[in-house]
Design a binder for this molecule. Structure first.
Ligand code: PBG
Length: 329
């Protein structure tokens, strides 16, 4: 009987590497960094082990590692001193993000510095926008997002990443940036951002959980994929340069659809809960952390992501380098 011998191409490492369809490298990663007000702080985040709350005066310690690992991009999240109803420290020119961006660009002009544009870390109620009663007021929020994005870009950000899920925010931000002379600054839109329980560890880390209710009236229902395509389409029409799917691991089908339907770069955000699950299981010795983490990241690339935002960016880059050294001995 004639049958196909697929195993011929799996015989040894050499042939397996020759026919490999997907690769990952440090160049695929963006590293999220949590910057905090205060001095001399570099404190491990309990829910995101191996990641830190860092003050601007010690930011260079993290950035040195980023550069050393060959990672090209960072994304900043801020923990402000002061929160209020309208998140005013988010657009303060001496706010935490603005200071971090200035420092990063001063130290490493070539590093690609992205800022998360959202309000939940800055509002005292923890929602991603301006409230009207208990509802987030979409159009009012746009004005604030515009101010926040502009202040990040004035501080030197290369790219802004709106993660609020308000309608029209990409168009609004694009317009504000263009009319202030920042036509060349790009937008990575959190286009398909789901209302996900996988954000739990981040909300602990960023102190950004909503004080009442949930985010279901602006973040997407995990059950929907057609809706994700509509969100992506709007963001592209409005001027997004890169589209994002978030979370990643449980949404690889969404990544694949985005890749197949749109010829724009696709970013996948492997969120805090995905990371924390692996760390926790590894700490019990239930899994091989390195193998699992690299397999997860590879699966995101295979699903079609061009960019992966991951808390594993540094560790994974070191593991990949380690493997390369072993292979070339
Ligand atoms: C801000 C924001 C969140 C995350 C990224 N930007 C939290 C949220 O939407 O509740 C989550 C990232 C993660 O879990 O790693 N809105």
């Amino acid at each position: 009987m004639l049958y196909k011998r697929h195993r011929r191409l799996r015989k040894n490492t050499a042939i397996r590497e020759l026919v490999r369809e997907t690769t990952i490298s440090s160049k695929d990663f963006i590293y999220p960094i949590f910057v905090i007000e205060g001095e001399n702080i570099k404190k491990e985040i309990p829910t995101i082990p191996g990641n830190y709350h860092v003050s601007v005066d010690r930011l260079h310690e993290i950035l040195e590692e980023v550069i050393d690992c060959g990672v090209n991009g960072v994304m900043f999240f801020g923990l402000p001193e002061h929160k209020d109803e309208c998140g005013s420290s988010a657009f303060d020119k001496d706010g935490i993000i603005q200071k971090a961006v200035r420092k990063a660009k001063e130290l490493y002009p070539e590093l690609w510095v992205i800022t998360d544009v959202c309000m939940c870390e800055y509002t005292d109620h923890g929602h991603c926008g301006i409230l009207h009663g208990h509802e987030v007021d979409n159009d009012k929020t746009l004005e604030f997002l515009g101010k926040i994005a502009l202040s990040h870009v004035e501080a030197g950000a290369d790219m802004v990443a709106p993660s609020d899920m308000m309608d029209g925010r990409v168009a609004y931000i694009r317009d504000v940036l263009d009319s202030n002379g920042f036509k060349d600054v790009s937008i990575m839109a959190y286009s398909a951002k789901y209302s996900s329980a996988f954000y739990g560890p981040f909300r602990e880390a960023a102190n950004s959980a909503p004080k009442f209710g949930d985010r279901k009236s602006y973040q997407m229902d995990p059950a929907n994929i057609n809706e994700a395509m509509r969100e992506i389409e709007s963001d592209i029409e409005e001027g997004a340069d890169i589209i994002m799917v978030k979370p990643a691991l449980s949404y690889l089908d969404v990544v694949r659809w985005a890749r197949d339907r749109y010829d724009y770069p696709v970013a996948a955000y492997s969120v805090s809960g995905e990371f924390a699950m692996v760390k926790a299981a590894a700490s019990f010795g239930f899994i091989n952390e390195k193998a699992i983490a690299l397999e997860m990241l590879l699966s995101m690339k295979r699903a079609g992501a061009d960019i992966i935002i991951t808390y594993y960016a540094l560790e994974a880059s070191r593991w990949l380098r380690e493997d390369l050294n072993i292979n070339h001995k």
